[in-house]
Ligand binder design. Structure first.
Ligand SMILES: C[S@@+](CC[C@H](N)C(=O)[O-])C[C@H]1O[C@@H](n2cnc3c(N)ncnc32)[C@H](O)[C@@H]1O
Ligand code: SF4
Length: 377
């Protein structure tokens, strides 16, 4: 995840370079349930409104949670399917909070209502992220349910009214690129804390529908607008959190933008970006799916590292006898093609390996989603 607003602040108000400590354990994104009331066109979990057999029981979830805590996992992002459809979501969330995890809820927002908002507020989630993939009909078509845009916006508004930190997660494709400026305007209109621009990743229905991925020119225009908006907000003293995901080339593209607009800060920014180090799949980000299978990140559901019912997560995660994990944890990674010769490997770390694997059947091939030109790399 590329924390744009944090790096924009570094450009405007540089802070000294400090030694960074390597986290002891990864952030865990946990798909507690695969059932969902929506069937989005891009969904990596290929969710639907049906029961998926063999899911972890709540008791097993608690056992795994104990192992994650002992392993010093700092953050749990509770996801799905739609996590609010899990019958024990509030008990699970409360237990996680009581154990001292940073706990975020990743929801489509349609099931956040007047009826449950007090229960949601009582959990004291550090963050509630709600997906919005366009305005009105664009979102409804993307998420294949009429009225879902209005329901999700209502969900965000309810969170804001309760003082819960809430944000929008927007996955950019050809289907919704025209709505992108209006999405940023919505941030102002509703005074929303955080915006997450997610690039399309090639997993599940997102892989099946990868022809809808934004063209590079669209992505570049969207990123230019995001940089401008982020700068404007910072200069106005509006400190919204702006992050991007699934395309670590964003950081390199931002460095080029800084070279053009704030050349005197470019060297400092480059040093900070190198400390950050780019893609963290298999290192600082992990995924546990609804069945307890562990993956290097959420988009590798077709590749299991092991199951938490058979081996503790802590053991699975550190086992580099798995060739994918060995490569992901290697520095530099064994990259090929234009990723292999790129001068910014130490910023981007080879971007999103799953796209390379899905398109070229080789996890170490170049990422077909890198939108940088030859001169930019
Ligand atoms: C799988 S959903 C689960 C939580 C909830 N149902 C929701 O839609 O927000 C988690 C997030 O992943 C995003 N997502 C799903 N498939 C994706 C893909 N192929 N590429 C990028 N993001 C994706 C969704 O838009 C959502 O923000
Ligand atoms: S992206 Fe979220 S809301 Fe959409 S089908 Fe997948 S799990 Fe459901």
């Amino acid at each position: 995840m590329f924390r744009l607003s944090q790096f924009m602040r570094e450009v405007l108000h540089p802070t000294p370079l400090k030694a960074v400590r390597k986290p002891a354990a990864p952030v865990v994104i946990w798909n507690l349930i695969r059932r969902c009331n929506l069937t989005c066109k891009h969904c990596y979990t290929t969710s639907a409104d049906i029961d998926f057999p063999g899911e972890l029981s709540t008791e097993s979830i608690y056992k795994v949670m104990d192992d994650l805590k002992a392993f010093q996992v700092p953050v749990l992002i509770l996801s799905g399917g739609e996590p609010l459809l899990h019958p024990d979501i509030f008990s699970i969330s409360k237990r996680a909070r009581d154990m001292g995890f940073y706990v975020a809820l990743s929801s489509n927002g349609t099931l956040i209502t007047e009826q449950n908002i007090r229960q949601i507020a009582a959990i004291n989630y550090q963050y509630v992220g709600v997906s919005l993939d366009g305005i009105g009909a664009t979102h409804d078509n993307f998420r294949q349910q009429q009225g879902s845009f209005d329901a999700s916006v209502r969900g965000i508004e309810l969170c804001r009214k309760q003082g819960i930190k809430a944000g929008i997660r927007f996955t950019l494709t050809q289907d919704n690129v025209l709505d992108f400026p209006a999405m940023l305007a919505l941030m102002d209109e509703k005074d929303i804390d955080k915006f997450y621009l997610s690039h399309l990743n090639y997993g599940g229905r997102g892989n099946k529908n990868r022809k809808s991925d934004a063209f590079f020119s669209m992505t570049r225009t969207a990123m230019d607008l995001l940089f401008e908006k982020c700068l404007q907000w910072e200069q106005q003293g509006i400190h919204r959190e702006i992050v991007t995901g699934n395309n670590d080339a964003d950081a390199v593209y931002f460095l080029h933008w800084v070279h053009k607009n704030f050349p005197q800060q470019a060297a400092h920014l480059q040093a900070k970006l190198e400390q950050w180090g780019g893609n963290a799949s298999g290192v600082n980000v992990a995924n546990i799916d609804n069945l307890g299978n562990v993956h290097p990140d959420t988009f590798w559901w077709h590749y299991d590292l092991g199951n938490v019912q058979q081996r503790p997560f802590s053991e699975i995660w550190q086992d580099i006898s798995d060739p994918l994990m060995a490569g992901l944890k290697q520095s530099p990674r064994p990259l090929k093609g234009r990723c292999g010769t790129c001068s910014y490997q130490n910023i981007c770390n080879g971007n999103t390996r799953v796209r390379a694997q899905q398109v070229y059947d080789d996890a170490w091939a170049e990422d077909p989603g890198c939108y940088l030109s030859e001169t930019e790399i």
